[in-house]
Design a protein around this ligand. Sequence first.
Ligand SMILES: [Cu+2]
Length: 342
Amino acid sequence: MDLLTLIIIVLVIVVSARIIRVLELSQQLSGHPVEEITEKDNKTQGGLMLVVLILGMIFIAYTTYRYGKLTLPAPASSEHGVSIDRLMNLNYVIIFTVFFVTTTLLFYFAYKYSHRKERKASYISDNHRLEIIWTVIPSIVLLGIIGYGLTVWTRITSADTTGAKIVEVYGQQFKWTARYAGADNTLGFANFKKINVSNPLGVDSTDDKAKDDVLTNDLHLKLNEPTLLIFRSQDVIHSAYLPHFRVQMNCVPGMLTQFFFKPTITTADMRTKLNDSTFDYVLLCNKICGVSHFTMKMKVIVDDESAYDAWMSKQKTFAQTNSAKLKESPAVKQEPTEIVSK
Ligand SMILES: [Cu+2]
């Protein structure tokens, strides 16, 4: 503890002692014990309960209006996103209704029934009817929300993924890489032992299925195309979060996770809708994964078919990039240093 902290503590003690002394003296002067609660005190406290209620409600209304846009951005840009929004909105309606009713009653009753000399509180030990009501009603509401939520989640995660375009999203401290499965729509084998500077995803170049894989730094999706994102992580747990598409999935080292969805609004259409020519979809990391966690962000672009095909035709396959690299720098020919295999 440094000297300054010590001085502050001593000063606080001295000031407190002085305040207590002043209170004692004022009590002697007024003739009332200072701890006695007067009728006036009760009135003031009751009134303050109303003030807190009103100011609190104004504060909540303001922050909801001001910061509401920081919740899921509207409109949902995926097919299943619409049902997620419906579920969220129902939850918001229930939560806000219960909150406003109970909070208003709580503070209003504290005001209305503040102590008065002529009023006597009645003694109630228990009331079975009331207890049943306040247990059964919330239970039914909660069961309803949970049942509805589980139904929506099961429908989203158990959707038929046959024929979906397969794209791998690879997380590492602190960047994302996308890997397209290529013409065969099958991702080539990858192994952490193959990871090196020129092959950060550890793709196995001897696997024929890997040759047509395409690695990119942006994630391009085709409008209305059923897409299966497969997530991997190199180091720690990351969480791939695509707020506009209502997609989020953990990326866990040593295992594959996935999310199936269908983008329904192109980037261009979304720009028109939002009247913002600079708008872009994003994929963010939503799990604090290290010091530069906040920089883990990948641009996501939803193209219509022709734009997507034009973009894809310009990308180099894993085999092409690899042979180009070998030609460019003979240094890469040397046995690559394995950075993770221990
Ligand atoms: Cu991360």
